[in-house]
Every structure is written in structure tokens, then in C-alpha cells.
Design a protein around this ligand. Structure first.
Ligand code: DOR
Ligand code: ZN
Length: 428
């Protein structure tokens, strides 16, 4: 195994330091003797622990035309991630030990990062019957995060049972909070603009009502709840109250909800259609503040690749969802670091430490320190580049950032001491 000497890296943005990586771990050995060691010049680069995504759609099995474990994890590595949680809304749905083990194996065999399958809460995501949560937890994939994401677990009794069930193995239920009746036919954020554009509105209350119910349920049964893609100011406030009450509630925000607003729907370009929808300036302000003060625990991409024919249609018939893995860190730099809301230690906390903790990962979200697994990313925060969809590693092209200039370039990503990205290029 090649050893690497990373020179001049600013660990969590601190003073330049050298890092030696040997046998997959950060070494304790004093630097100096460099025979047989590959040197990586990291002058001016910020070193962060490898990023962890709690919410990635890899689309395999079933929609390999949109993404595969290979292309999705390559996109992840290019974005600085060393671990992703793969959402369960595949075809077949990841609702059995067999399917989650299949996804886990695909990650082990060919992935550019570690893949942790998310198990479905209900059979077929149909919301009728609990899936075999225990068997998925006991499987080789050791599932700890369960979600019907893409759909909301609407039935309060099923949600309660799922919350109770996952306690046995310290699991968490990650809810896609969307009250179905309030969002029938919904196309974009409900507001003055949806009226003007003639698109059916998706009201904030449809998200907030589910979050309020689920926080109460989680408190009632003493279990862990994770709220996916918080998008409204009211949702941030509900999570803040739940935490203040001492309830075991965590939450994530996506890069797109940190940066983009519903104004983009004016273009009728379906690349901006997503669930939950892009919201208002005030909501963007609230999710940024929530992430800064820790009310929102982490950034999760909700990377949702879609084939061209599913996205390049009229707005109403296009699938919701947008890419996120490759630009997530850049968006966080633009919205949180350059605005002074988070320092680099804060970025490491919200994009690596806390998501790893929520997913109960032991090998990720660790400090870059002697003896620790060498999972890390080297970022050039000064470089700014215009996003070109043609240059993405993802198999899909539905990035909402096309043509936008964003700061921060991932120069290298290391997974257990091996570079998955070096000089900004994917390895293997
Ligand atoms: O916009 C979305 N797309 N939101 C989801 O919850 C699911 C995702 C998908 O699977 O495409
Ligand atoms: Zn979702």
C-alpha cells in the first residue's frame, strides 16, 4: 500500500502542517524519511475529514440509466465524500435484507466511497405494512437508517411502530415530511409566485405538520427521529423546540435549500423542480441560521439523478429532484463559510462528524489524527469555477448549478489512505 505525505495542509483551516498516511491510517511517525512515500503538495489547501452524506439516491438497482453505485460514488468522491447513505427508493425497493445487501456489496466491490444502504420503513414504500427492519439491521449491510424517502410515512401508527422498532438496534427513522393531501398535485412552493405562475402550491404547513407530529411521536416513544431536507423557517423552529425539550430529533438541510429560492421557477425549467420545493428568501435565511447554530445538524445532499427524458419535459410532468454530491461542499463554502456563518471546523462538524454520528458510522466522521482511518478531503477554497454539467461524474445532468460560479475545488479525497480523487481527477 502506497504511503502518502501530504505537505502544508491547513487542518480544519488551521496552520499548515504535514500529514503522513500509512497503511490506511494517519500515521504517528515523525515526518522526515520520505523514501517510497508519495508526496502530495497541499500548500494552501484545507484538510477536512471525509464528508458523509446521509441522503443520496444512487438509483441502483432499477434505474441504472440515471445513476449506478459506480457513477454515484464517483460523483461523491469528486465532491469530497468518503461515505454515502443510499436511499431505499430503488426498483426493487430496498425493503429486505437481500436488497440492502446487494447495494452494500456493489459499494464494497466497485465504489469510490463507502455505501451504507438505507432501509425502507414500509414494504414497497407503500405505507401499508412495516418492512423487515430487524432483518435489514442484522444483515451484512447493518442498516441503521430507515426511510421511505420520496414518500412520507403518513400513517401515524406505522410511524410510531417504526420508531419503537428501531430502538432495539439504535436505529433512526428519517422522515420525508410531506402531508400527502395538502400536496396533491403540488408543483412548487405555495405563495404569491405559485399563483402568478399557475403552478399548484406546496405549502410550508404540509412539511411542518408532519414534523410536529413526528417530533411528538418520537418523544412519546423515546426514539430517534431524523428529519430529511428541512426547507422552511417554521420547520427549523419546530426542530429547535424539539431539541430544547430534550427530544432525540436531528435534521438535515440540502445544499439547494441553502442557496436557491422559488424565484427560479419563473424560468419553468424543470431542473428546479424538487421535493420539498425551493422556498423563499426568508426560508433560506432561516435554514442557514439553523445550520449555523446547530439546530439543523447536518448538510445532506438529496442527490437525485434523473434521466434526460424524466427531466426535460414540461414542468408538471417532470420528476422532482436535482444533483447535489459534486457541488455540495462548494455551496456550503458559498453560503456558510464566505458569509462568516461557519468556520472550517463547523463545516467538518456539519458535513462529516454529525452525519456519521446520526448514521452510527464508526469509521467516518473521525478527526484527522494519528491512528485514525485516513478518510479526508483536500479543498482549495480560493478557486472559483463555473459549473459545467458536461464535466460531472454523475451519469445524470440535472444540476441546478449549471452556469453558476461557485467557490472551492476538491483537489483530493482519500478513503482509508487511498486516493479516490487526486489532482481533481477520479482515480482507478
Ligand atoms: O426531489 C426529490 N427527489 N425528493 C425526494 O424526496 C425524492 C427524490 C428522488 O428520488 O428523485
Ligand atoms: Zn425526500
Amino acid at each position: 500500500m502506497t504511503s502518502y505525505l501530504i505537505t502544508g495542509a491547513r487542518l480544519l483551516g488551521g496552520d499548515p502542517t504535514d500529514l503522513l498516511i500509512e497503511d490506511g491510517v494517519v500515521s504517528t511517525r515523525a515526518t522526515g524519511a520520505t523514501a517510497g512515500v508519495e508526496v502530495v503538495d497541499a500548500t494552501g489547501l484545507v484538510a477536512l475529514p471525509g464528508l458523509v452524506d446521509l441522503h443520496t439516491h444512487l438509483r441502483e438497482p432499477g434505474r441504472e440509466d440515471a445513476e449506478t453505485v459506480l457513477t454515484g460514488t464517483q460523483a461523491a468522491a469528486m465532491g469530497g465524500f468518503t461515505a454515502v447513505h443510499a436511499m431505499a427508493n430503488t426498483d426493487p425497493v430496498a425493503d429486505t435484507a437481500g436488497v440492502v445487501e446487494q447495494v452494500w456489496r456493489l459499494g464494497r466491490e466497485g465504489g469510490y466511497c463507502d455505501v451504507y444502504p438505507v432501509g425502507a420503513v414500509t414494504v414497497g414504500l407503500a405505507g401499508q405494512q412495516l418492512a423487515e427492519l430487524g432483518a435489514m439491521a442484522d444483515s451484512a449491510a447493518r442498516v441503521r437508517v430507515f426511510s421511505d424517502d420520496g414518500r412520507c410515512v403518513e400513517d401515524a401508527v406505522l410511524m410510531r411502530r417504526a420508531l419503537e422498532y428501531v430502538k432495539a438496534f439504535d436505529g433512526v427513522v428519517a422522515q420525508h415530511a410531506q402531508e400527502p393531501r395538502l400536496t396533491e398535485g403540488a408543483q412548487m412552493n405555495e405563495g404569491e409566485l405559485s399563483g402568478r405562475l399557475g403552478l399548484t402550491g406546496w405549502p410550508a404547513v404540509a412539511e411542518e405538520a408532519v414534523i410536529a407530529r413526528d417530533c411528538l411521536l418520537a418523544a412519546h416513544v423515546g426514539s430517534r427521529l431524523h428529519v430529511c431536507h428541512v426547507s422552511t423557517a417554521g420547520s427549523v423552529e419546530l426542530v429547535r423546540q424539539a431539541k430544547a425539550s430534550g427530544w432525540n430529533v436531528t435534521a438535515e438541510v440540502t445544499p439547494h435549500h441553502l442557496l436557491l429560492t422559488d424565484e427560479l421557477a419563473v424560468s419553468y425549467d424543470p431542473v428546479f423542480k424538487v421535493n420539498p420545493p425551493l422556498r423563499t428568501d426568508a426560508d433560506v435565511e432561516a435554514v442557514r441560521a439553523g445550520l449555523a447554530d446547530g439546530t439543523i445538524d447536518c448538510v445532506a445532499t438529496d442527490h437525485a439523478p434523473h434521466a434526460l427524458e424524466d427531466k426535460e419535459s414540461e414542468w408538471a410532468s417532470a420528476r422532482p429532484g436535482m444533483l447535489g454530491l459534486e457541488q455540495a461542499l462548494s455551496v456550503v463554502v458559498a453560503t456558510m463559510v464566505e458569509t462568516g456563518r461557519l468556520d472550517w471546523a463547523g463545516v467538518a462538524d456539519r458535513m462529516s462528524v454529525r452525519p456519521a454520528t446520526i448514521g452510527r458510522l464508526t469509521e467516518h466522521g473521525r478527526p484527522i489524527a494519528p491512528g485514525e482511518p485516513a478518510n479526508l478531503v483536500l479543498l482549495d477554497p480560493a478557486t472559483r469555477a463555473v459549473v459545467d454539467p458536461a464535466g460531472l461524474a454523475s451519469r445524470s445532468r440535472n444540476t441546478p448549478y449549471a452556469g453558476r460560479e461557485l467557490p472551492g475545488r476538491v483537489v483530493a479525497t482519500f478513503l482509508r489512505g487511498e486516493p479516490t480523487v487526486l489532482d481533481g481527477k477520479a482515480m482507478k
